[in-house]
Structures are given as structure tokens and as C-alpha cells.
Design a protein around this ligand. Sequence first.
Ligand code: CU
Length: 152
Amino acid sequence: MRRAVLTTAALTGALALAGCSGSGSGSGKADLSVSSPYMPQPVSADMAAGFLTITNKGGAKDELTSITSDVAGQVTLHGTVGGAMTEKTSFAIPAHGRLVFESGGNHLMFEKLKHKPKQGQTVTVKLTFARSGPLTVEMPVKSATYNPTTGH
Ligand code: CU
């Protein structure tokens, strides 16, 4: 639990700095930040899931349009509708709202893995948006059964 809180705080600090050089934070613009990123250690050798939350403190909506990672040949965006997963080309991020990727819901799918990420490592993920500048996130790899609510 304590370790998860520290990780999130460190990441938030790094992202806040990165955000300064990118998009502005006027009221008519999206103001995006990423929190709680993690990847459960994959069971498969060529596929992994990833989760994170994107918060928009700005007064305008934006859209997540693509994700890339150094460990994967391709990262796709998946939504879950009625228990079935569907690939989507973008996800809306409402003004003063959040876009949540979480276990059992929306998720990121890392495909064509160049190596199998292991617990304790981090994976670099770059998020691209329709309007805001890109954000780079260090996504920690957790245990295969990691639950962000309990922290283990
Ligand atoms: Cu999926």
C-alpha cells in the first residue's frame, strides 16, 4: 500500500514538470495528467494489458488517439461492452472529467512484445492526443494479480 502511494506521487511530480513545457493551461484548453499507471506482469509472451487514469482539469474536452511503447510493436485501445472487448480508435476525455482504464473495463493492449516485462521493471508509454501535446509515462510492472485498490 505504502509503496504504491509513493510511486504515484513521484510520477505525478514528473508529469507536472513535463506538462509545463507542453500545452498551456488556459481555461479553454484541456489540461491532462496521468495517474496510477500499471501493467500486470503478463502471462503471455507476446501480449500484455495496461491500465491508467487520465484526468482533464481543463475546460475543453480532448481525445486519446494513440499509444506507443518501447516494449511493444503495437498498443491498441480496448473498451469493454457487456463483457466483450472491442478495439477502439480513440477515447474521449471530457472537460473537467476523467478517462479510466481499469481491470474489467477499458484497457490498453500491448501486442507484439519485444520482451516479456517482469514485475519491478517499468515500461515507457507515450500517449498522443487530438489537441494536447503528447505525454510520456513510466508504467510500473506489478504482479500478475495486482489489485490497485488493495495495492498488492
Ligand atoms: Cu482487450
